[in-house]
Unconditional design. Structure first.
Length: 555
């Protein structure tokens, strides 16, 4: 087998390169084997990715046992949860592009024969997938795994309860001591956020789209079984190399449709829309925001997970894993099970291996869904001509009409909620938080949590050209496009304007005549960018619309 890495490692002219590599402990025999890059997003800045360096050891064992030579390298990770509600959160979505670019650069520079990407916190997962699809060399994604739930007063809790407790404390409904008790118990160790928030949603996506071996993602990060999962991924990547099984062979349009069905069925994060669109563009697969609407309309929610349900992510593992979700999707004909996965087996073959735990209640039978349709919808209208995403899991509300409460930054909205200035029926509109306007499209979890904590979750709606956390629940719409910074109609909204949201009609409208919107926009001026140098300034110049995945790859 002629390997890509031989360009680096073989021949007289590569003697200097081999000399360098032998200084790291490699031998001539090692350098004749397939070289597998291990792209590690380990970091000490958060619990989500904290054990990935340990997992890499076991990935290497699997690679060596299967006849390959591993080479580990690092890329970055930004914690969504830790930076939430601060200027630092602007770095989160930007990091997705940096992760993809950095993996691409190292892989092109060192000409790996394959890659295993170790991921956990939100943007590391799609960032790694984007890199693999861009490079189109054999690749496997290993999700580090969810955190175990915290335990307080006999109940499982996650970081969601901390954020909502913050809102309740600000509203005077919870004492400082009660908040501290929840804070101290919610996160017992390493692992990504413990509901079907963005990390676990995208981990589900990676199994269902075929880039992660089925049965690997749902194992918690601190579970000893994760070591076997890591070794298995090392073996799978060598099989991909030997069979020349490439990411774009796996991630076809059909596979993307399967993944969207999984997001809908699990009540997953709205961020999956952004990330799957970005991945599709890297794979040169035609995927449109309207595909999410079409698939969600016909796919029931069958997984009872926070934030819309009651169970936590590790309960999926106890129920039999994501493979059980795959079995339900096959049973209901919601997916095409003939597509290939990274193991070299089909979706149907991999799903059939899952063993459902008798009596489990997390993954419901198709005869008893939580809802008959999926957990998100796409709306369009005079306020969002290019579309927006609304989350539907966890509530039954379908319509809202109310006065706009307009805020130019997330911090202003948080202050208004905490000071009791938001009233029932209000529509909180936070703009200039889009990909360019933020920049970086911050998540609004502090605001939505404050709304829930203040007891306004059933009566107040929030709209933004930014994003929501996967932990957000309630009647909330995000990714409004075009964004305010690009002169979208959302920039024309005045305080008190009536906004109408109708899920059944698929509309988000500003109840202001079109001529008046046009008149207002005549006097509109694009704000000065908040950052004029550095990575954020580069990002603003390159990033596209949220309706197309907010990517910077020039598509």
């Amino acid at each position: 087998m002629t390997l890509k890495s031989y360009t680096i490692t073989q021949g007289r002219n590569r003697a200097a390169a081999r000399s360098y590599l032998k200084a790291t402990g490699l031998t001539d025999a090692d350098l004749k084997k397939p070289i597998i890059g291990i792209a590690n997003t380990w970091t000490e800045t958060m619990n989500c990715n904290f054990k990935l360096r340990d997992l890499a050891v076991h990935v290497k064992e699997g690679i060596r046992a299967a006849g390959g030579t591993p080479m580990e390298f690092n890329t970055i990770a930004i914690s969504d949860g830790i930076t939430m509600g601060t200027e630092g959160m602007k770095a989160s979505l930007v990091s997705r592009e940096v992760i993809a670019d950095s993996i691409e650069l190292v892989a092109r520079g060192h000409m790996f024969d394959g890659i295993v990407a170790l991921v956990a916190c939100d943007k590391t997962i799609p960032g790694a997938a984007m890199a693999l699809l861009r490079l189109n060399i054999p690749g496997v994604i290993l999700y580090g795994g969810s955190i175990l739930p915290g335990r307080l007063h006999g109940k499982d809790i996650t970081i969601l309860q901390v954020f909502e407790a913050m809102g309740a404390n600000a509203a005077g409904k919870m004492s400082d001591d009660e908040l501290l008790e929840i804070e101290n118990h919610a996160c017992p160790g390493a692992g990504a956020c413990g509901g079907q928030f963005t990390a676990n949603t995208m981990a589900t996506v990676m199994e269902l789209i075929g880039l992660s071996p089925m049965g690997t993602a749902s194992v918690p990060q601190v579970d000893i079984r994760k070591e076997d999962v890591a070794r298995r991924c090392g073996e799978v990547i060598l099989n991909c190399v030997h069979k020349n099984l490439l990411p774009r062979d796996i991630c076809t349009r059909t596979s993307f449709i399967n993944a969207i069905a999984g997001v809908a069925a699990s009540g997953g994060s709205t961020n999956a829309v952004l990330h799957l669109l970005a991945m599709a563009r890297e794979a040169e697969v035609e995927l449109d925001i309207n595909d999410f609407q079409r698939i969600s309309e016909k796919t029931p929610i069958i997984v009872d997970l926070q934030p819309g349900g009651q169970y936590v992510a590790v309960d999926v593992d106890k129920a039999g894993g994501i493979g059980v979700i795959a079995q339900r999707l096959v049973e209901g004909n919601f997916v095409d099970s003939s597509v290939m996965t990274c193991t070299g087996h089909t979706f149907a073959e991999e799903a059939a291996k899952a063993v459902e735990t008798p009596g489990q209640q997390v993954i419901r039978p198709l005869s008893n869904p939580m809802k008959p349709t999926g957990g998100l919808a796409i709306l369009r209208g005079s306020l969002a001509p290019d579309g927006c995403v609304i989350k539907l899991s966890g509530h039954n509300k379908r319509k809202h009409t109310g006065p706009a409460r307009v805020f130019e930054r997330e911090e202003e909205a948080i202050l208004a909620v905490n000071e009791g200035k938001i009233k029932p029926n209000d529509v909180i509109l936070i703009r200039y938080e889009g990909p360019k306007g933020g920049p970086g499209m911050r998540e609004m979890l502090l605001v939505t949590s404050a709304v829930i904590g203040a007891g306004l979750g059933d009566t107040v709606t929030l709209l933004t050209d930014g994003r929501f956390s996967g932990a957000t629940h309630g009647f909330m719409a995000a990714h409004i496009a075009p964004e305010a910074f690009d002169g979208g109609p959302v920039a024309a909204v005045h305080e008190g304007d009536i906004i109408d949201i109708d899920v059944d009609a698929g509309t988000l409208n500003l109840n202001v005549p079109a001529e008046e919107i046009a008149r207002r926009m005549l006097s509109w001026k694009q704000p000065e960018p908040r950052y004029k140098t550095g990575v954020f300034a580069k990002y603003v110049k390159l990033v596209g619309s949220a309706s197309q995945g907010a990517i910077t790859s020039g598509f």
